[in-house]
Design a protein around this ligand. Structure first.
Ligand code: PMP
Length: 394
């Protein structure tokens, strides 16, 4: 049987990491893979996470199964972080999942269960896994205009125009903040306009929020999502602790459903649990136990909020520094979009050839669609990156 399989396609980001590893040049710069890095190029364990791990090591009494929905205190903490104070708060339900990836798949399976004719609309471009996950669940995928390749910002008119065509059989997937890959986020005015369209035309909004706290702050980054939560009857949310708590390998996330009533949300939760049962059954415990420990302790919560604030301050300072260095060299504002983007990523709008020159001539590793990870940039490399970008674009 196994001989019938054709080879799997190489993952482009993984191949890029291998090429970077084997590059002997001292001055090489890895702006590829999507993890947060500090100025020393490390992906540190947050202090709040270390403290929570220590406390768990002392207090945990058993490794017996937790349950299909995972850690319910964690689930409540995720709901509090996103939806507290909104109209949706009392009519939502959450399930712990293996990362936001698990949430995306469970919610996709749920949509297929509820309405197999569903078409999921994704931003053009979107997170590389969105399309395969939705399609693996049997759903139809369609892209809506999002990123303007000239301005490198959101093409508001084209986006709203396309979304005005979405109807009752459609689900519109939105990035809660820090759009992956482009870095171009929608404004609060655009969140309001999309909310109005959802209510007028009947599509269901689905928010994937994988970088809460990496844009303008933990609360600020949830503002768009909360506009929807205050105004629509139904919505789906996939959330992740991979970036916000630095728990990448612990596979920690949640699927949240908002229904017309608490009963409807609980019913949907029951169906998600049934779907989980027939796949991974239960999510891994450790990451969720860490997040629960942090978010149920005022001092640890404050420490975590301070740490994430320091991370987004660093990212936004790098954005400003790089933009200023590029302004100095070009004498114009062509690259100002870097400063306006939010989160770890920016798509620079370079051609494949320019991306290859960046790598081969300058040792700068960006993903093929010219996505760079701003957090991968060390402060001392800003000038060299600016020189390289000017060289390949002018
Ligand atoms: N959604 C988006 C937009 C992402 O960028 C990512 C991961 N990079 C995920 C979901 C999946 O996150 P997780 O590691 O929690 O599965």
């Amino acid at each position: 049987m196994l001989d019938l399989l054709s080879p799997a396609q190489q993952d482009p980001i993984l191949s890029l990491s291998l090429a970077y590893r084997d590059d002997p040049r001292e001055h090489k710069m890895d702006l590829g893979i999507g993890v947060y890095r500090d100025s020393h190029g490390q992906t540190p364990i947050m202090q709040a996470v270390k403290a929570a791990q220590q406390s768990l090591a002392q207090s945990q009494q058993t490794k017996a199964y937790v349950g299909l929905a995972g850690n319910e205190n964690f689930n409540q903490a995720m709901v509090d972080l996103l939806l507290k104070g909104t109209d949706a708060y009392d009519r939502c339900a959450a399930v712990q999942t293996p990362g936001a990836s698990g949430a995306l798949r469970m919610l996709a399976d749920l949509m297929n269960l509820a309405k197999p004719v569903t078409t999921v609309w994704l931003t053009d471009p979107s997170y590389v896994n969105h399309k395969p996950v939705m399609e693996a669940a049997g759903l139809t995928v369609k892209f809506y205009p999002y990123f303007n390749r000239d301005t490198k910002m959101v093409d508001t008119d084209a986006m709203l125009n396309a979304l005005s065509q979405a109807g009752a059989d459609d689900v519109v997937l939105l990035h809660g903040c820090c759009h992956n890959p482009t870095g171009a986020d929608i404004s609060l005015k655009e969140w309001e306009a999309i909310t109005e369209l959802a209510n007028r035309n009947g599509f269901t909004p689905f928010v994937d929020i994988a970088y809460q706290g990496f844009g303008d702050g933990v609360e600020e980054d949830a503002r768009g999502l909360r506009i929807l939560a205050d105004n629509v009857e139904e919505m789906l949310i996939a959330t992740s602790c991979s970036k916000s708590f630095g728990l990448y390998r612990e596979r920690t996330g949640a699927a949240i459903v908002v229904g017309k009533s608490a009963k409807e949300a609980q019913n949907a939760k029951g169906r998600i649990l049934q779907l989980a049962r027939s796949t991974y059954t239960m999510p891994p415990d450790h990451g969720a136990a860490i997040v629960e420990t942090i978010l149920t302790d005022d001092a640890l919560t404050k420490q975590w909020r301070d740490e994430i604030e320091a991370m987004n301050t660093r990212i936004n300072a790098l954005r400003e520094g790089l933009t200023a260095a590029l302004r100095d060299r070009t004498g114009d504002g062509y690259f100002d979009f870097i400063q306006h983007h939010r989160g770890m990523f920016s798509v620079l709008g370079l051609t494949g050839e320019q991306v290859a020159t960046l790598r081969d001539k300058h040792g700068v590793y960006a993903v093929g669609d010219s996505r760079i990870n701003i957090a991968g940039l060390a402060e001392r490399h800003i000038d060299r990156l600016a020189d390289a970008l000017v060289d390949v674009t002018r």
